[in-house]
Design a protein around this ligand. Structure first.
Ligand code: SAH
Ligand code: SF4
Length: 373
């Protein structure tokens, strides 16, 4: 059976090499070839002995998920669709900004948590992604973006990596696929792989309390928590997992996390739903709820999808809501809606390869809503 080397972090690869009777420094060399150089062809790993290269060719592969589409939005956002087999596809979005390039990665095909405003949740749960499928999104995006840059004439050697930040905010709940997510995180942080600092890798969770504690102990990175409601009654409705881990427990878990986190605040994400969670009173309630947690707020204008009855809060309402939070001294940003001409905006990620008609319908609706504003 061939082994996919993208499934291994440094420790896993060292074990695999030991099983092959090879020294651990060889594992490190191969790790660097694969992740630092984006090389998937053992024959091209020139400083590895020919005999070892031949052995690797016989027993191993570097097999990322295949890119089935690659689309560029008007604002520079780029969306990759990856085939993960069985009719499932997952999406990865690259968001270029002046001072950084952020890749938004998926961790599951679908999601079991069924948040009422999320199109991924509405499609149900298919399965956890493997490590190779999670890190393979970064591997593929990195290679593609760097190849494009080099074609445009910049020198790869002195150029900085195009992807400077990774957020696990694509499809799925990263902490519900804990082991694979953490192995992929280790690769993102490893200097022999992607070398990203812990502050530049963010896990976004709907609030799985025991897994937040585990992440703190095993691999603390920046944390974003999808709050969306200022009290349990409303959050039970919007984020059903709240019935299991209510807000008081979630706030306590955030504070425990901060004891070991690379940043000294938690980002609370809050989707702005017209007439549901966006009143002045709810902004004040949100401040009171989170008072004990060092935090920032990130307001996300709701992105509609077919079949949803929610609407996006009007822009002046979002501004007023943000003002109330900022007047209390809390840093508050409002996410720019990006890439919505290619369905790449938050919560629009839904990846059925076969579901072409729905995708077209969704795009039309999104564009109409944007035009109507
Ligand atoms: N499962 C994780 C990470 C993926 S979702 C989580 O829930 O945090 C990433 C972010 O997009 C979350 O804050 C999520 O609540 C938000 N989101 C989901 N659907 C959305 C929609 N339709 N419009 C705007 N944001 C949405
Ligand atoms: Fe899952 Fe996050 Fe969507 Fe909720 S918002 S259904 S946790 S992907």
């Amino acid at each position: 059976m061939t082994v996919n080397l993208l499934d291994f972090d440094a420790a896993g690869l060292t074990d695999f090499f030991a099983e092959q009777g090879e020294k651990s420094f060889r594992a490190r060399q191969v790790l660097r070839w694969i992740h630092r150089c984006g090389q998937g062809d053992f024959a091209a790993m020139t400083d590895i002995a020919k005999t070892l290269r031949a052995k690797l060719m016989a027993v191993a592969v570097v097999a990322p998920p295949a890119i089935v589409s690659d689309r560029l939005a008007d604002d520079g956002t780029r969306k990759f669709l990856f085939d993960v087999g069985g009719g499932n596809a997952v999406e990865t979005v690259f968001i270029p900004e002046d001072d950084r390039g952020t890749l938004c990665i998926s961790t599951q095909a679908g999601c079991a948590l069924d948040c009422s405003f999320c199109s991924t949740g509405k499609q149900g749960f298919n399965r956890n992604l493997t490590v190779a499928e999670i890190i393979g999104q970064l591997w593929q995006a990195n290679r593609t973006l760097e190849a494009d840059r080099d074609r445009d004439g910049q020198l790869a050697e002195d150029a900085e990596r195009i992807i400077s930040n990774v957020v696990l905010m694509g499809m799925g709940e990263p902490l519900a696929n804990f082991e694979n997510t953490v192995t992929a995180l280790r690769l993102m942080l490893d200097d022999n792989a992607y070398g990203l600092s812990r502050r530049r890798v963010t896990v976004s969770t709907s609030g799985l309390v025991p897994a937040i504690d585990r992440l703190r102990d095993e691999c603390p990175v920046a944390l974003a928590v999808s709050l969306h409601a200022p009290n349990d009654a409303l959050r039970d409705e919007l984020v059903p997992v709240n019935r299991k881990y209510p807000l008081r427990e979630l706030m306590a878990a955030c504070n425990r996390y901060l004891e070991k986190a690379p940043r000294d605040f938690v980002t609370f994400e809050y989707v702005m739903l017209d007439g549901v969670n966006d009143s002045d009173a709810q902004a004040r309630e949100l401040l009171a709820l989170t008072r004990e947690v060092p935090r920032k707020f990130n307001l996300i204008p709701f992105n509609p999808f077919p079949g949803t009855s929610y609407r996006r809060s009007p822009a002046p309402r979002i501004r007023r809501f943000a003002e109330i939070l900022m007047e209390a001294g809390v840093v508050t940003t409002t996410r720019k809606t990006r890439g919505d001409d290619i369905d790449a905006a938050c919560g629009q990620l839904a990846g059925q390869v076969l579901d072409k008609t729905r995708r077209t319908a969704r795009r039309t609706i999104v564009l109409n809503e944007v035009d109507a504003r």
